[in-house]
Design a protein around this ligand. Structure first.
Ligand SMILES: *[C@@H]1O[C@H](CO)[C@@H](O)[C@H](O)[C@H]1NC(C)=O
Ligand SMILES: *[C@@H]1O[C@H](CO)[C@@H](O)[C@H](O)[C@H]1NC(C)=O
Length: 180
């Protein structure tokens, strides 16, 4: 009986302070069901090497992938901008993407901020910073105004750039589960 009560106490403590959240075994389908691309989300989560499958390890793994992806995308932007030569419209589009990815307020900068937020377990701000990243990628890829029509001469570029958006979307979903 005493044992039963102590189990109840532990359960209640865990429920109110989410003491199990950080080492909770991850249910991929639960995390990814609300993703913008559920299949991408679950493939990403399952791609994590190593034995740690808890949400905290998964958050830092996902952020690491986002960082590598964003660095690759930034390199691609610089290359495509250089290749655009005197095509002023295309140069303008890539310059704008350069700003949203590489400037001291851009995607890579915010990824650095999120590294700190994860350390301090500030999952609410991870979510809001993550939403900013998604907005910045969209400004690059679809334009800054609803009526703007954006056309890249390299048609594969938008899909390539949106990879980081899907990775950050997964990170946001992981953070939501960490807050529970
Ligand atoms: C993003 O990172 C993943 C995992 O490292 C990699 O497989 C993929 O090719 C990368 N994509 C880009 C656009 O960098
Ligand atoms: C990131 O979160 C911090 C709060 O820790 C906030 O001050 C900052 O504006 C956020 N940055 C972005 C780009 O959303």
């Amino acid at each position: 009986m005493a044992r039963f009560f102590s189990l109840v106490v532990v359960f209640l403590l865990c429920a109110s302070f989410s003491c199990v959240a950080s080492n909770k075994i991850v249910d991929v389908d639960t995390i990814c069901k609300d993703a913008m691309d559920p299949k991408f989300c679950s493939t990403l989560i399952k791609s994590k090497p190593g034995a740690e499958r808890d949400l905290v390890s998964l958050a830092s793994y996902t952020l690491d992938v986002a960082h590598r992806n964003a660095s690759n995308i930034l390199k691609r932007i610089k290359k495509l901008m250089a290749q655009s030569g005197s095509n002023r419209k295309q140069v303008f589009l890539y310059k704008r993407c350069l700003h949203y990815f590489g400037s001291n307020v851009g995607v890579l900068y915010v990824i650095g901020q999120i590294t700190q937020l994860l350390k301090s377990k500030d999952y609410f701000d991870v979510r809001s910073n993550g939403s900013s990243i998604i907005a910045y990628v969209e400004y690059c890829v679809s334009g800054e105004y609803p009526a703007e029509v954006v056309h890249f001469d390299v048609p594969s570029f938008p899909k390539y750039a949106r990879v980081v958006e899907k990775v950050v979307d997964a990170l946001i979903l992981i953070s939501i589960n960490l807050q529970k």
